[in-house]
Design a protein around this ligand. Sequence first.
Ligand code: AMP
Ligand code: ZN
Length: 493
Amino acid sequence: MQAYQNQSIKIHNSLSGKKEVFEALNEGHIGMYVCGPTVYSNVHLGNCRTFMSFDMIFRYFKHLGYKVRYVRNITDAGHMVDDAEDGEDKIAKKARLEQLEPMEVVQRYTLDFHNTLEKFNLLPPSIEPTATGHIIEQIEIIKDIFEKGYAYEANGSVYFDVAKFSKTHEYGKLSGRKLEDMIANTRELTAQDDKKSPQDFALWKKAETQHIMRWPSPWGDGFPGWHLECTVMSTKYLGETFDIHGGGMDLKFPHHECEIAQAEASYGQSPVRYWMHANMLTMNGKKMAKSTGNNILPGEIFTGENELLSKPFSPSVVRFFMMQAHYASILDLSDDALLASEKGFTKLMEAFDAISGLKTDNKSDFDVKAWEQQCYDAMNDDFNTPILIAHLFEAVRHINLIKEGKESITATDKEALQHTVNNFVFDVLGLEQKAGNAADIEKLSGAVEMLIQFRKEARENKDFATSDKIRDQLAELGIQLKDGKEGTTFSVS
Ligand code: AMP
Ligand code: ZN
């Protein structure tokens, strides 16, 4: 029997606003689509949080034995500056400013995206399709929406007719918006606008002469609207109905609302069974965003080169920091919060390192089986990683008591404990214990032992300035020294 058959998962479905019992459309299989990045600049830590959240969900399903097809796209055309309909394509703008081919921009930032996610130990998705690789499919669906009467052409562009659609469908149901309110809150159309109504959104935009990213279509040269690619690529690879569609909370409107409208207009139904939205990473209480400059790049965290930070932090510490919050809660980044996470992470890793050396007995004071189920229960409750981590710290408490001889554990429980820790900490949360392979670690240990010896000599000579400098600079590199009765030991975070 597969493990997933023993676990009942509840997911907060953004469409119903409720936690629902998850049932896979095809037993044992899951289709999951997550909106990927627009590759016109380096990914910031906020973007990483969303992708990390869905990576954790992907990992948990895989851990339970599901066969998951995880599709995460790359937006390489059609996403306009400020998410508005007019203006320039984000990639084309960057290409113009840097005097590059748009595809050079795409290549550069796709590589950066992949490198960054690899550092954070994200698993690659099963398929990573691009918008420009699916122009034909996008043109086909526009034709279909046209034939069904929900689109109109104006001056070489094609728009989705929201008013017409709303007569028979509920536009706004995902984001909880009402069409009347949207109409009341938007500006009047000007003479330059081709749309019939400000709520209408572009399916196809006419390319002006200077627009480099263009493709031929029945309506003339142009490019697809941003919302279309996700409708097309999700259903192409996952079918006209699939299990999960995810993305950041900021994509609910207009992006996902428009995806639903396009699918309902073309296929007669929305393909998505569970809509999931990950919440924002903030900094100084404000959303981290590329456009406002309120952001921090992962590279700056790893080197500590940012005024917000007192020191560098390793990718696993950052990942642990993210996992300490529920994916649907807002999380604020600060130096203090990262320092606290680093402390917690080190404590966790030290305890888990000690499991293999624990002495066993013929009785256990730690009910490992019950604890393991608590870990599953946390994850089954809408992927509640903070609760899971609280349970992991409960295990740390027991490990330390066993180490001190104040509690005991049987050999079977010790093995079960090691197994469950590996499952949840490394497979599901995706944390990594130490960077580097065994040979690197051995070299690192040699070098640190040497510095520990220099520090000892400095202290013996009452040269405390040097001894403190050694300790502080090692700490900056993520290497903590601990002075004990038997001498100085170190741990790496
Ligand atoms: P973009 O490249 O702007 O299309 O964004 C890629 C993904 O990152 C989307 O799912 C966004 O919702 C998500 N995202 C953008 N800003 C943040 C943030 N501050 N915190 C979490 N996720 C974000
Ligand atoms: Zn999308």
